[in-house]
Design a protein around this ligand. Structure first.
Ligand SMILES: NC(=O)c1ccc[n+]([C@@H]2O[C@H](COP(=O)([O-])OP(=O)(O)OC[C@H]3O[C@@H](n4cnc5c(N)ncnc54)[C@H](OP(=O)(O)O)[C@@H]3O)[C@@H](O)[C@H]2O)c1
Length: 308
């Protein structure tokens, strides 16, 4: 029997890799999801996917959400759609909460009404960044930005049976992200300045999508931090991107967040490294190091003639 997955935000950078992972398309060297099928341990199940872009389904539209779920009757809903413009959220909290919190409420209602397992994708920005160690799933969130607060609102909507996946510094072939920004800037001549006082774990959508599909198919309930392993600062990350593409990393200069002019509207956590403790304690496989994910993404982008 086929397992039916519905994906929201399906044309976003994570959404498009979720759709690829569900179709069995994996980038060279990428992680394949180990789906546990009803036929027995480690059997690979058949999947049917309904991939809904924002244009096809705005999650704040309750009747449309209920209709979509009633029509497709998914076994699993991966709710990756979100209002992700972190700085814009500061000026427009109503939209942030309407999409990220109320929209999730609608998805939860539909998943409960039609018996689907829910996977909600959340963020490292639920933390304030003051911890001196990586954050565990059982640490208390304290978002400093409207975006972080609205995504935490989405988490608060999720029932105990849902899977909540917190991730960080997401990069994929299908979206705009720091890898693409760095490669665009590297093509110029000027010195590049990036902050060296914000630390996190770059996470690559090909790896993240595989982990999310596995968690969803296995209906593993509760909160999971899911990031590529290892951590760095934005400065360290941009240096690695340049090096990976054969540019001189010495062109990158470390600066402090305080010296950014103009300052970014939304505060970012200084430390948002997520300890993937729940995965580890449950005996689930660790995510690959972020450097490996970066290498694979750069290879993919190079193969596409650098779609930057
Ligand atoms: N990017 C990061 O660094 C990061 C870090 C931690 C967690 N996350 C979380 O990871 C998930 C995926 O993010 P991403 O990086 O893939 O972001 P993304 O590329 O911006 O994708 C988000 C998708 O959601 C769609 N969307 C926006 N408003 C919507 C609405 N009202 N209803 C339905 N869909 C809507 C967007 O469509 P349009 O673009 O057409 O509006 C887009 O396709 C999100 O839940 C995000 O909060 C991201």
């Amino acid at each position: 029997m086929k397992m039916r997955f519905m994906v929201t935000g399906a044309t976003g950078q994570l959404g498009s890799d979720l759709v690829d992972a569900l179709a069995g398309r994996v980038p060279p060297g990428g992680t394949r999801c180990s789906l546990l099928g009803p036929a027995g341990p480690r059997s690979v199940i058949d999947v049917e996917t309904l991939a809904l872009s924002h244009a096809q389904l705005g999650v704040e539209d309750r009747p449309s959400v209920l209709n979509a779920v009633e029509g497709f009757r998914p076994d699993v809903i991966v709710h990756a759609g979100a209002y992700t413009a972190v700085d814009a959220c500061e000026a427009d909290p109503d939209t942030a909460f309407k999409v990220n919190a109320l929209g999730t409420r609608n998805i939860v209602e539909a998943s409960q009404r039609y018996g689907a397992h829910l996977v909600y994708v959340s963020t490292d920005y639920v933390f304030d960044g003051t911890s001196t160690r990586p954050y565990r799933e059982w640490d208390r969130p304290n978002p400093r930005s409207v975006y972080g607060a609205s995504k935490l609102g989405g988490e608060m909507e999720c029932p105990p049976g849902a899977t909540v996946v917190r991730t960080s510094w997401v990069c994929g072939a299908g979206g705009n992200n720091m890898v693409k920004v760095a490669l665009r800037l590297a093509a110029g001549e000027e010195r590049l300045k990036f902050v060296d006082d914000q630390r996190g774990s770059p996470t690559f959508t090909a790896d993240l999508a595989a982990a999310i599909v596995t968690l969803g198919a296995e209906r593993l309930r509760g909160l999971f931090h899911v990031t590529n392993s290892g951590d760095t600062t934005w400065y360290g990350f941009v240096r690695a991107v340049l090096k990976c593409r054969g540019h001189d990393p010495e062109r990158v200069e470390p600066i402090s967040t305080e010296s950014l002019t103009p300052p970014r509207p939304a505060p970012r956590p200084a430390n948002s490294v997520l300890d993937n403790m729940a995965l580890r304690l449950a005996g689930l496989p660790e995510m690959p190091p972020w450097e490996e994910g970066l290498d694979r993404l750069i290879t993919t982008l190079s193969g596409e003639g650098a779609r930057l």
